[in-house]
Ligand binder design. Sequence first.
Ligand code: HEM
Ligand SMILES: [Ca+2]
Length: 239
Amino acid sequence: MEVSNDPISMATVAPMAPVTSERPIRDDIETSIPKPYMARAMVAPDMEHPNGTQDHDARGMSVLQQHAAFFDQNNDGIVYPWETYKGFRAIGFGILFSLVNAFLINLAFSYPSLPGYIPSLLFPIYIANIHKNKHPSDSGTYDTEGRYIPANFESIFSKYAKTVPDKLTLKELWNLTKGNHVAYGTIGWIFNIVEWGTAYLLAKDDEGYVSKEDMRGLFDGSLFERMAKKNATKGKKRR
Ligand code: HEM
Ligand SMILES: [Ca+2]
């Protein structure tokens, strides 16, 4: 069947659903990124960086695998709790915060990622299966297989960045998690609050904004690499 060109068939706002105008989506992403709906397996582009992160090697991993792999200190494909801890310390978090997060992340993300059914008390996270930890109430930027969907990343900003177009305040991050809270996805929502809350602590600038560029770097893990490098040269820990 032919696609009709009437205004209704291409509308992104429905008058009877005010939420569609409160949280608009862009209709111009392909002016910068070809096929923005097409999930990218290894690269995390946005409109300002249509080729993704320069000088960041995907090493054949999915974008979600790259996010987790920063924490795999010895590159054996498994993230143990002490590796998560070391990764948190490397990006500048303090001892207590890193301990609590390493414990919680490995507790939550180990079992679904295991190759078999028998749980491990060492709480390893297998990067090969990291996509099995996708949960409800997320931004939809990672797809179910751990690819990255540019259109959904751009929607974060068109929907929630109301103060400055390419930055989010803490309140706007909160609105992001609230907006993505789906029915029966409350545990996923709590995970999502922790994820974006930690992202805020990690990347907020002096005025309390988290930039689009830091958020993009969060998805492919390049933000972690950048922060670790910065902290290593500074030789000083925050928080
Ligand atoms: C400072 C450390 C970390 C921060 C700030 C962080 C933040 C985030 C954020 C913001 C998302 C995207 C959620 C969304 O799309 O709404 C995410 C997704 C995810 N992260 Fe992390 N993360 C961190 C560490 C880790 C570690 C250590 C692992 C596992 C080894 C991990 C595994 C995941 C997984 C599996 C997802 C996909 C969940 C989903 O989208 O449903 N993250 N993280
Ligand atoms: Ca490892």
